[in-house]
Design a protein around this ligand. Structure first.
Ligand SMILES: [Fe+2]
Length: 269
């Protein structure tokens, strides 16, 4: 399928069996944590996040986790190694990259460099109701680091989180750690959280995207062209978005910077 991000054409090749979709709107039967906000129709907002000190502590601590993961994978780096140069260390070494992302894709929140309660308080403020980073479906408290090397198929294909189990009813955040730019940050389709399932085609199960297997199903096509944008939060900001939005497919078009970001999900108390 042809896809454009910010009017620029990108490669988007999905393999996987597709099936007919229904006219059902998934969010209509779920908790909509965007409801009542000024950004409910768009399904996302970009806003200032923590205090400057807390945000720095968060970003620097997360960068240290990436260096630790590289060391655990057998490729130690200096304590001041700039992790946006991750691709220079890892290159096209698939085993090394997998050894790193198997550690960074999911952490328990006790490893978060600031108290999760700080993030919970700010996200509660932004959505106008109390939320916490505790998944009621599996009782877990996780956060995730996304590491996307420039011009490699490291990013998820276009999807809704709720096509996987355990992600109903929540809100998601994207916080830039390093290398997050207008050419690399998370992509999404504004307003698509209210689209019926049959407005897009998707794979039944996990998709193969630009040759790489993912657990999440992926969009394979749409009747109308998809308007995919990058809201691109700045270093002091957060992108708060409904996981019912179509998002992902955020190929990193930076010439020479790996993009690293924090993802964490919140549910109503
Ligand atoms: Fe997602």
């Amino acid at each position: 399928m042809k896809a454009q991000i910010n009017q620029r054409e990108v490669e988007y090749r999905i393999e996987g069996e597709t099936g007919p979709q229904q006219a059902q709107v998934l969010l209509a039967d779920a908790v909509d944590l965007t409801a009542g906000t000024a950004w409910a129709a768009q399904g996302y907002t970009v806003a200032p996040f923590l205090s400057a000190d807390e945000q720095r502590q968060l970003q620097q601590g997360l960068e240290a986790l990436v260096r630790e993961a590289l060391a655990n994978a057998g490729r130690p780096v200096a304590p001041d190694f700039p992790v946006n140069q991750y691709h220079q260390i890892v290159g096209d070494d698939r085993d090394l990259h997998l050894a790193v992302i198997n550690q960074t894709k999911e952490y328990r929140q006790e490893h978060l460099p600031v108290l999760a309660a700080l993030l919970e308080a700010r996200v509660s403020e932004l959505c106008g109701r109390p939320v916490r980073a505790l998944n009621p479906w599996d009782g877990e408290r996780f956060f995730h680091l996304r590491i996307v090397r420039p011009n490699r198929a490291d990013n998820n294909p276009l999807h809704r989180d709720v096509w996987l189990p355990d992600y109903r009813d929540c809100l998601n955040i994207y916080v830039p750690v390093t290398g997050s730019t207008p050419d690399s940050s998370l992509t999404l389709v504004p307003g698509s959280h209210w689209w019926p399932e049959n407005r897009t085609e998707r794979t039944r199960g996990g998709a193969v995207y630009n040759g790489v297997s993912f657990t999440v199903p992926a969009v394979t096509g749409a009747a109308e062209p998809l308007e995919i944008i990058r809201p691109n939060p700045g270093p002091e900001e957060v992108l708060l978005f409904s996981p019912y939005l179509l998002h992902g497919g955020a190929v990193n078009l930076n010439p020479d910077e790996t993009r690293i970001s924090l993802e964490m999900r919140f549910w109503a108390v």
